[in-house]
Design a protein around this ligand. Structure first.
Ligand SMILES: [Fe+2]
Length: 199
């Protein structure tokens, strides 16, 4: 099976999030890719070994496989959002119109993402879109593999693990980091995800 590759991100200097923090965060992302590949290989090796004593090990590895996957894929979505530099949401876009229909304005959607991001514990504040019901859903994925809205595409992913803000803002700096994050979002990326989410 072909292994997943670590991606490079063309990130500009970010406002309120230092290059040092970004570099450490991208390295952490690479660890998820490496560990997803390693767990996948190990499960396959144990599963074909005919060693029945491997059953429990395979079960626990399987539980953690989606953790590594979430760390890999959500960080890709996260860093992509800042590629190209901050760009405002186009008021004429279908994405903006859907946000306005459901929330009244973008600030209200962001406020819900902030509120969700401020929940205690490591995780991700995520906006999903259900194109069939034409509704956004805001969820908190505990760690990165729990609490997802199954099958719904991720429109925006906000990392609220401590590692995302500790270096720049300290242990009490989650809110300052979240505010900084939203200054760096390239909303064109979000618009493209929304367009891709259509049936
Ligand atoms: Fe992270």
């Amino acid at each position: 099976m072909q292994e997943y590759q670590v991606r490079d991100f063309l990130l500009p200097a970010l406002e309120g999030i230092s290059d040092t923090s970004v570099k450490a965060h991208v390295e952490l992302y690479a660890g998820y890719v490496k560990n997803f590949n390693a767990i996948t290989t190990l499960i396959n090796t144990l599963a074909t070994s005919n060693d029945t004593s491997s059953t429990l090990a395979i079960a626990e590895l399987t539980r953690r496989q989606s953790f590594e996957w979430g760390g890999m894929r959500l960080h890709e979505l996260y860093f992509e959002q800042c590629e190209g530099g901050a760009t405002a949401l186009s008021k004429e876009s279908a994405c903006a119109m859907a946000i306005n229909t459901q929330y009244g304005n973008l600030d209200t959607l962001i406020a819900q993402l902030v509120r969700t991001g401020m929940m205690r514990g490591p995780g991700w504040s995520i906006a999903y879109y259900d194109a069939h019901a034409q509704k956004f859903h805001i969820g908190f994925s505990e760690e990165q593999h729990v609490g997802h809205f199954a099958s719904l595409p991720v429109i925006l992913a906000l990392d609220v693990w401590e590692h995302a803000y500790l270096l720049d803002h300290g242990t009490q700096g989650k809110r300052a980091y979240i505010d900084a994050f939203f200054k760096n979002v390239n909303w064109e990326v979000v618009e493209k995800r929304f367009a891709k989410a259509q049936p």
